[in-house]
Design a protein around this ligand. Structure first.
Ligand code: ZN
Length: 412
């Protein structure tokens, strides 16, 4: 069961369709977006110079930091291909960034994600994202209504009231943050509710925070439900979403998503970890290659659900928190998965130096008692593809708030 025919189309057909989407964005951006006109001018190029995906990948991404600065400097209208009053809504997300919403149906493209998570006509959903200023609440409510569900616009907080709705009405779908659903569950348990008998919940659709598998399992078991996540931003809406098979998030059919070198903005070879760069097919608010600052990679294996869109492997940290060592990106969040296997490591820090111009990677470990440093080094190298020099230190040596990655290299 799919929401649209796009979900199962062959890759070649999909990429052709996406190219048309991207080209329309380029044309609109060149005609009316002061921001994109400035980028083209810096490149000495015009929109029709970009003839294929390779050309497209060479356009420097639009950085979120620049979006914030330029909205302040030039106003929102500088970015638009319409008058602000011709939009449908304007929100503001942290940054602060104004987030325009135009009038197209399913503008934020979450419908296919909800459907893939098992949401169906007749479901009753409780929306716990905010409706105020920020887009999340309305962004996620409209697709639910398009599918044919009723929505309780609960908004965030007010946990007792949330429980009252969840137990007083046959609410089948929770929408919000997993951590908040856990809070609701714990509070309801403390108040004497039976989460499986007194609640009608079947599914949760979650977003806006990383979802560790342990938390997913905990909340799934707590309520006897399935928890599926979507990944998106306030600027572009849905980027990817999980299906019932798990193991990754299918890329949206309505955005072009690239995994790029955080330094150059150029697409990386398939499968590598890099920054998620998104082009939504918006023409009123054209965003050409918006760099999200999030890190992920693409899984090329086909999915048993039958959807042919490739999958993002999940959130792997922030792009500004990285360094390139011996041609290899090093992400502290990825390194953390190695450290977490060693409970005797109280704290750690990665230091990069380049004595004599050669990169050296040192891993400083605070350990109270026995650790096989050779085994640790091998384990680290297997995951990170970089050989570390392992140093041990007494507990308390590394300040608690010290950065996980310190780049002390000097370049002449
Ligand atoms: Zn799937």
């Amino acid at each position: 069961m799919y929401y649209s025919e796009y979900e199962t189309e062959p890759r070649e057909k999909r990429m052709k369709r996406k190219w048309k989407g991207v080209r329309d964005v380029l044309i609109a951006a060149e005609a009316h977006s002061g921001e994109f006109q400035a980028r083209l001018e810096a490149l000495g190029a015009c929109a029709r110079d970009f003839k294929d995906w390779d050309d497209y990948g060479k356009i420097p991404p639009l950085r979120k930091k620049d979006l914030i600065d330029w909205q302040k400097e030039h106003g929102l209208g500088w970015f638009l291909d319409c008058e602000p009053g011709q939009l449908k809504r304007i929100y503001q997300s942290p940054g602060p960034i104004f987030d325009p919403e135009a009038r197209e149906e399913d503008y934020w493209a979450w419908s296919e994600g909800f459907f893939a998570a098992g949401v169906r006509p007749g479901d009753l959903a409780q929306m716990t994202f905010s409706y105020h200023m920020t887009p999340a609440g309305l962004m996620l409510e409209e697709p639910l209504r398009d599918i044919g569900c009723a929505v309780i616009p609960a908004g965030p907080g007010n946990t007792d009231k949330q429980i009252e709705f969840l137990t007083g009405l046959p609410v089948t779908v929770f929408v919000g943050m997993t951590s908040y659903l856990k809070v609701i569950g714990e509070k309801a348990l403390a108040a004497g509710y039976d989460l499986k008998k007194d609640f009608s919940l079947k599914k949760a659709y979650v977003a806006a925070e990383p979802l560790p598998e342990s938390l997913r399992r905990e909340v799934e078991e707590m309520f006897g439900i399935s928890v599926r996540q979507g990944y998106g931003t306030a600027d572009v809406g849905c980027i990817a979403y999980e299906c019932m098979e798990l193991a990754g998030m299918h890329l949206s059919n309505y955005r072009h998503v690239e995994i790029c070198d955080p330094a150059t903005g150029e697409p990386l070879p398939e499968g590598e970890v890099g920054e998620v760069v998104v082009t939504p097919f918006f023409t009123d608010y054209p965003l050409v290659r918006l760099a999200t600052g999030d890190l992920s990679s693409i899984d090329l294996t086909p999915c048993a659900c039958g959807r042919t869109a490739r999958k993002l492997t999940g959130w792997k940290g922030r792009a500004d928190d990285t360094a390139k060592v011996k041609g290899q990106f090093l992400y502290p969040s990825q390194a953390a998965t190695v450290f977490s296997k060693y409970p005797q490591v109280a704290n750690w820090q990665i230091r990069i130096e380049n004595p004599g111009g050669r990169d050296e990677l040192a891993v400083v470990l605070e350990v109270g008692h026995g650790l096989d440093t050779e085994a640790f080094a091998a384990d680290f190298q297997a995951v990170m593809k970089l050989k570390p020099i392992v140093e041990t230190a007494a507990p308390g040596t590394i300040p608690v708030d010290a950065p996980k990655l310190v780049d002390e290299r000097t370049f002449d």
